[in-house]
Write a protein that binds this ligand. Structure first.
Ligand code: NAP
Length: 271
């Protein structure tokens, strides 16, 4: 029997991409899903698909960057469910832009922090008292391989994910002994609406949402501190040991990769 059976899982960003697929797979494994995102129509489609397959799901449309909406969403979840076993902070936005093109765009950094960091923290703070009262709970925070390997062009996005990782460590350190487990998931590139916004990534090899959803299922079943790829694990050791060379020597490789991906697109007549 799956360890997800009967667990109440709050999954943000479940209207699209990895979250939408993970919600359906988790519900098939017997979990009770609380689905959170802004797009009510898409949330309802995911809910209906779960219900058609015999699963249980509730929807809580909310913009998590708006404090009152995040609070109302948490209140509704707490009112309707006696237990909250797992919170997966998966909702996010990504921005790909060189720092020199963002000199007058402080809002890039604000927008990524608002959802990727503060949105996750605000829901965590609201649901944590219930987990503490239960004597158990798990918070799964979604990050990326790119905080483990120093890649260019995503400064606003990566800073917000690094902040979330740091919050995760504090949460585990302060509340682990009270039954709260914290897992950080470092996804590699995954084929979703988020990664599809960057046209040159069309030809990049990526994980699919189904594979990424399996990582989330593993996170809930095994409750490790971290789920990451071998490349990410090696990258984080090298980055911690020799940050200067690790950052300098990888950049020509990324430029080469971008150049090759752009050339492939040009050959297809796409700019
Ligand atoms: N795709 C990748 O290559 C990749 C790689 C590494 C890590 N990740 C991480 O994996 C997670 C899932 O990403 P994805 O690729 O599945 O992205 P996605 O398809 O763009 O989904 C993002 C989700 O976040 C929700 N969301 C965005 N802003 C929100 C807000 N203000 N309030 C509430 N919900 C909001 C969106 O729903 P609404 O628009 O309906 O609100 C959507 O359901 C993210 O944390 C991402 O950073 C992705």
């Amino acid at each position: 029997m799956s360890r997800l059976r009967g667990k109440t899982i709050v999954l943000t960003g479940s209207s699209s991409g990895i979250g939408a697929v993970a919600a359906q797979k988790m519900a098939r494994a017997g979990a009770r899903l609380c689905l959170v995102a802004r797009n009510e129509t898409q949330l309802r489609e995911v809910q209906q698909s779960i219900q058609r397959a015999g699963g249980e799901a509730w929807i809580y449309p909310a913009d998590l960057t708006v404090e009152d909406e995040a609070a109302a969403c948490a209140e509704a979840i707490l009112a309707e469910h006696a237990r909250v076993d797992v919170l997966i902070n998966n909702a996010a936005r990504s921005i790909r832009r060189p720092i020199v093109e963002a000199l007058d765009r402080l809002h890039d950094y604000q927008r990524t922090m608002q959802i990727n960091y503060l949105g996750a923290v605000s829901l965590t703070l609201k649901l944590l008292p219930r987990m503490l009262a239960q004597g158990h709970g798990q918070v799964v925070n979604i990050s990326t391989l790119s905080t483990q390997v120093p890649i260019p062009l995503f400064s606003a996005y990566l800073a917000s994910k690094s902040a979330l990782e740091s919050f995760s460590r504090s949460l585990q350190a302060e509340l682990g002994h009270q039954g709260i487990d914290v897992t950080v998931v470092h996804f590699p590139m995954v084929r979703t609406p988020m990664s599809s916004k960057t046209s040159i990534y069309k030809h990049m090899r990526m994980m699919d949402s189904d594979g990424a959803a399996d990582w989330l299922i593993r996170a809930v079943e095994k409750r490790p501190a971290r789920i990451a790829s071998p490349l990410g694990n090696v990258g984080s050791v090298i980055l911690a040991a020799v940050p200067g060379p690790a950052t300098r020597f990888t950049q020509p490789l990324f430029r080469l990769m971008d150049w090759r991906l752009k050339n492939k697109l040009k050959k297809e007549g796409v700019e």
